[in-house]
Write a protein that binds this ligand. Structure first.
Ligand SMILES: Cc1ncc(COP(=O)(O)O)c(C=O)c1O
Length: 452
């Protein structure tokens, strides 16, 4: 039997890291990292297995100091980090974790609330509702929608698919050929039939190809598709859904944050008629991964699809109504609202608008340089902060260009297929990106293009 007196007094907890001294060092590390991240290669310059090979095969037998963790973070892990906080990260949808969100994550971990019932986390539950209401108002969404936080848009969209299937009793999912693969994956996991509808020359779902929605549980419309940030015609899709009794889910995972600026609201026309909507603050609203918002205008249906309350989770009626675990797949829920609350308070509407507008303005500038340069072409209309472009000529040239540019470590871009062609994507979204960074990216692209 363990001798409780062997190492310490009974009741005395042994702390394996000191929040004051180690915490100060960790915060120094974080601040220093954000200061110097722009000098590191954006894309990790390692091969698969390199990092693992430097790590011990087993956990230590005896305690090590927290300083050893920080040391190995620098010496072993950092070379294997692809730096999403880098000002020249332009791949996928560039994201940012801003300082108020970083600090709030520390506080959320300190509180370690597990919000499966109102009583297990009253503050987390109620702050989440308030933060979703605040965000809905900032984005101009209708009053009275129910909103809660999921980890990712993939989960939120799957929750919408489940609610749609329960509500309609149908099993078909309809989306466009440019809808995010999360929908296809969700349909596969749920055993739902998927029908992809063709898109037009601007990569928007063709409403005249929607066909008969009589069997459709839901249609997924996207405002800001992954490949090109195209905008599906939501009002016409909403008409078709209303006529067929089909659930309308809108995916605004990336572009939804732009609704904070009135000048981009045109793209979200019709979203007020959605049955559900997903938007990711962890993409374009400065919030650390992970934070995806799911709203529904039909909370009773969402709850009916997910509510399952065994005896051990029963509480008095008034509390039951506020268990957010009844609105989605997870039981235990993190205190995610704290970081979004911190972002909303420390940026305010004006700060969020400035972030979005800067990203769009920088993308616009890059687009103008590509348009003016012989031998290059733009490949899709640009609505937000994503530019799709390529070198004239074969796909192979653009593919090789992407490889060369990313290998340089000076910037990181990704690619997509549009209209059967290989295109490069430059997505501005990092909080620290300046015009000099975008200019630098363009110079590296032109330099490397001379060799392909
Ligand atoms: C339009 C769109 N929808 C959904 C997703 C999936 O997001 P998540 O990683 O939060 O599941 C993405 C990711 O980039 C996206 O661009």
């Amino acid at each position: 039997m363990t001798d409780l007196h062997e190492t310490r007094e009974v009741g005395e907890r042994r702390k394996m890291a000191d929040l004051r001294t180690d915490g100060r060092a960790a915060l120094e590390w974080a601040a220093d990292y954000l200061d110097r991240v722009g000098d590191l290669p954006v894309l990790a310059q390692v091969a698969p297995g390199d990092i693992r090979a430097q790590l011990p095969a087993h956990a230590p037998e005896d305690p090590e100091p927290f300083s050893a963790v920080l040391r190995d973070l620098d010496e072993v892990l950092l070379p294997g980090v692809t730096h999403w906080q880098h000002p020249r990260f332009f791949a996928y949808f560039a994201t940012s974790a801003a300082e108020p969100g970083i600090l709030a994550e520390l506080l959320a971990a300190t509180l370690n609330s597990v919000g499966f019932l109102w009583r297990t986390a009253p503050a987390s539950t109620e702050l989440e509702s308030v933060v979703l209401d605040w965000t809905a108002a900032l984005l101009g969404l209708p009053d009275g929608w129910h909103g809660h936080i999921e980890d990712t848009a993939s989960t939120g969209t799957m929750a919408a698919m489940i609610a749609a299937r329960e509500t309609t009793g149908r099993n078909e999912v309809v989306c466009s050929e440019h809808t995010h693969s999360a929908v296809e994956k969700g349909a596969r996991m749920l055993g739902m039939r998927l029908r992809k509808v063709a898109t037009d020359e601007a990569f928007r779902l063709r409403v005249d190809q929607l066909g008969d929605l009589g069997e459709a549980a839901l249609v997924v419309a996207t405002v800001g598709t992954t490949a090109s940030a195209s905008v599906d015609p939501v009002p016409a899709i909403a008409d078709a859904c209303a006529a067929a009794g089909t659930w309308l889910h809108v995916d605004g995972a990336y572009a939804g944050s732009a609704m904070v600026c009135p000048e981009f609201r045109w793209a979200f026309d019709g979203v007020e008629r959605a049955d559900s909507l997903v938007i990711n603050p962890h993409k374009w609203m400065l919030t650390p991964m992970d934070c995806s918002l799911l709203w529904t205008s039909r909370p009773a249906e969402l709850r009916a699809a997910f509510s399952l309350v065994p005896e051990f989770l029963r509480t008095p009626d008034a509390e039951d109504a506020l268990s957010l675990s009844e609105y989605g797949p997870a039981l235990g829920r993190r205190f995610r609202s704290l970081k979004l609350w911190a972002i909303l308070r420390c940026y305010g509407r004006s700060g969020l608008q400035e972030h979005i507008r800067r990203g769009v303005a920088l993308a616009e500038r890059f687009e103008s340089w590509v348009a003016a340069e012989p031998g290059w072409e733009l490949c899709a209309p640009r609505h937000f902060s994503l530019v799709c472009f390529r070198l004239e000529g074969s796909d192979e040239r653009s593919r090789e260009l992407l490889e060369r540019v990313n290998a340089s470590g000076e910037l990181f871009l990704s690619h997509a297929a549009l209209g059967g062609r290989y295109v490069l994507r430059l997505a501005v979204g990092q909080m620290s990106t300046t015009e000099a960074d975008v200019r630098h990216a363009w110079e590296v692209l032109r330099r490397e293009a001379r060799s392909v």
